[in-house]
Unconditional design. Structure first.
Length: 327
């Protein structure tokens, strides 16, 4: 888990001097938050209340500003994500060791383990995703980092890797990706997509409701049905598809934003492209990096899990997947 930049109590006190009503000596404690893989995260206690501090490790200042403004707007439109806290000068983004830093309200909650996910939970996840899509329908956001051309570039990297067991995966995945991209319907509705509504990016309150959607690092312009299928792949598969969970997730989504006929027909291609995406990114970001470091890949990032999901979707076919969507 990512804590890549050290951030001490003295650092926090200097940072919070820039926030209204938070003199530096009001900061009493700082703890690392071992979550995520890209940014460094900390909990800071300010006047007895916790704040979430995010240090952006990869995104530049302009990107952090755009994300913070987007999160503030989404929160104002009812999306269950904590809005950034404004600094004294009205800006949202500060600087720490040359890296952007943003402070958010703390949201209490727990993450669901896969074994504990119920159809009721899945319905709430589907509804929350649809609310996000509705709230972000008119936002101008750039394409993401996982477009087909980006995935093809990753496959080229795999092919050049001096690890035969990894390199051999590139050719079949290229064939799959090219085939399923060709079957996508270019007319499907687009808008803001989260791209990563996995279980570790959803917090649940004690009342069983979602308290926060987290980590909009991968948010971008994209196909809404694709984002829906990313979420279904993340929540509805154990060793195989949990049909009840999948149906409930799709029903929860449709209760807020009903799918059109073309979207229903397009779910298979979008889901297969999504499964291929995560197979490829886990090969490059987990399998290849572990091989280069001489370590064992993380079990929770096993690319075979998404290769299995791809095979399951292909076996279901368009009619089988559409059959999960209530009329």
């Amino acid at each position: 888990m990512a804590v890549l930049t050290a951030f001490s109590l003295d650092d926090a006190r200097r940072l919070f001097e820039a926030y209204p009503g938070a003199a530096g000596d009001a900061v009493s404690k700082v703890d690392p938050v071992f979550a995520g893989t890209v940014n460094s995260s900390y909990a800071a206690w300010v006047s007895g209340e916790r704040r979430f501090v995010r240090i952006y490790e990869e995104q530049g200042h302009d990107g952090a500003v755009a994300e913070a403004e987007r999160l503030g707007l989404l929160a104002a439109r009812g999306v269950r994500t904590p809005p950034p806290i404004a600094r004294r000068d009205g800006s949202f983004v500060g600087d720490f060791q040359g890296k952007p830093v943003v402070v958010f309200p703390w949201r209490d909650g727990q993450m669901r383990c896969l074994a504990s996910v119920t159809p009721r939970d899945a319905g709430r996840v589907g509804a929350a995703l649809a609310e996000l899509h509705a709230a972000g329908r008119d936002l101008d956001v750039p394409p993401g980092r996982f477009e087909p051309k980006d995935l093809l570039a990753r496959l080229e990297l795999l092919e050049r890797a001096p690890y035969p067991a990894i390199a051999k995966e590139a050719g079949p995945l290229r064939e799959k990706l090219t085939g399923w991209v060709a079957r996508r319907d270019p007319s499907l509705p687009r808008g803001l997509v989260h791209g990563d509504v996995f279980r570790d990016n959803v917090l649940w309150g004690e009342d069983g409701e979602i308290s926060a959607l987290l980590d909009f690092e991968s948010a971008s312009s994209g196909v809404l049905a694709y984002d829906l299928m990313v979420t279904l792949l993340a929540w509805s598969f154990r060793d195989e598809l949990d049909v009840a969970v999948a149906r409930a997730l799709l029903a929860g989504y449709q209760a807020v934003r009903p799918l059109g006929d073309r979207e229903r027909d397009g779910l298979l291609a979008e889901g297969c492209v999504a499964a291929i995406r995560f197979t490829i990114t886990r090969l490059t970001d987990a399998e290849l990096r572990a091989a280069e470091a001489g370590t064992t890949p993380r079990r929770d990032k096993d690319y075979r899990r998404f290769a299995m999901r791809l095979a399951a979707l292909e076996s279901m076919g368009a009619s089988g997947l559409r059959g999960l969507v209530a009329s």
